[in-house]
Design a protein around this ligand. Structure first.
Ligand code: ASP
Length: 341
């Protein structure tokens, strides 16, 4: 303790601020494995989005050798693409018709993390989360505070609601109740389901450093102020340099109350393969709901371990040809995954 105080005083004299000192001194073990399974990037989408995300992520990794740069570049692709209605620009809005983003990032070697929640008007939510991790002594910023922080770092304020997302919201709003003054047009057959989405981009660098990002516009039509699992470390994302990485998509409330991603990593720590660990988290969600017959929502878990083995499981049937995809020096590989209903 005396040593720590002396050290603090010396650094204080050198002009290093106290928050910065916390960042330096509170770093946990820098665990790196003896054998490295080789660099890889994994994403929670199958063939088509997998290719769009993983190829630029891999190119970024080759350019900078930074796994954080790689997973950020891959996640930004989806955040900037209005064709995806569940992440970033073009994401489906909350009940007010406003797009509010949630995102998190975690870095295994330092066990450090950052997240933003209910962030409006900024496209690259995961990049803001990365700045929370790297440029603050906090882990999470929310709402107007997250927006102010993003603007302070030069992110432009933009409208994230595309026309397509606005029309989907309008349909939803008009069909919510027949006991209000919103009237749907008589000739249109509206979709009744509540859409979700989200993407997890997980990676391992050349020194075995593990990292992950989860980014989303959250549950369509959510109550203003609702925060899902995606920015909650342990729920929508968890990585551990001794074990591997895990991410989740789907019904956030279920992942929060089961600590889904943390649970998955702990199962891998106890020796379960990523595939078995993903399936067991889904089984746990069935269990806390009193059995799979009571489940009418989707959750998907994806993970890889330090040996480079990957797995995926979801409640509902999988689309997009596969559940997840992975890129490494051997090229792109699809992870078939298992649907549990
Ligand atoms: N997990 C996200 C949330 O609950 C939504 C999703 O992945 O579908 O906000």
């Amino acid at each position: 303790m005396t040593k720590r105080r002396d050290f603090l005083q010396t650094l204080g004299l050198m002009g290093v601020s106290l928050p910065a000192l916390h960042k330096i001194l509170d770093r946990k073990s820098n665990y790196f494995p003896d054998t490295i399974a080789g660099p890889l990037v994994m994403c929670s989408r199958g063939e088509s989005w997998g290719k769009k995300v993983l190829e630029p992520a891999w190119a970024k990794f080759k350019e900078t050798n930074s796994i954080l740069d790689a997973i950020e570049a891959g996640s930004n692709v989806v955040e900037l693409d209005p064709a995806d209605t569940s992440v970033g620009y073009g994401g489906l809005p909350d009940e007010r018709g406003v797009v509010a983003l949630d995102a998190s990032i975690m870095y295994g070697p330092t066990y450090n993390c950052g997240s933003v929640a209910s962030l409006e008007n900024i496209k690259k939510a995961c990049s803001v989360a990365r700045l929370v991790m790297e440029r603050t002594d906090h882990s999470m910023l929310v709402g107007p505070g997250a927006l102010a922080f993003a603007k302070a770092h030069g992110f432009p304020e933009e409208n994230l609601l595309t026309d397509e997302a606005r029309l989907t919201w309008l349909e939803w709003k008009e069909n919510l109740s027949d006991n209000d003054d919103w009237l749907p047009p008589a000739d249109h057959d509206y979709k009744k389901f509540r859409k979700g989405g989200t993407i997890n981009v997980l990676g391992m660098g050349a020194q075995g450093e593990v990292a992950g990002i989860t980014t989303t516009s959250g549950l369509f039509g959510k109550i203003y102020g609702r925060i899902g699992d995606s920015p909650i470390i342990g729920a929508g994302l968890f990585v551990d340099n001794e074990v591997g990485a895990a991410g989740a998509t789907g019904r956030g409330e279920e992942l929060i109350r089961t600590c889904g991603s943390f649970l998955l990593v702990e199962k891998m720590r106890s020796g379960k393969s990523p595939q078995v660990a993903c399936e067991e988290v889904i089984e746990r969600i069935f269990h806390v709901n009193g059995g799979k017959q009571n489940v009418d929502f989707n959750v998907k878990m994806v993970a890889f371990n330090k040996d480079g083995d990957a797995g995926s499981a979801s409640i509902m049937p999988l689309g997009d040809n596969a559940s997840a995809s992975l890129i490494s020096d051997k090229g792109m590989k699809l992870i078939a995954g298992k649907s549990m209903i």
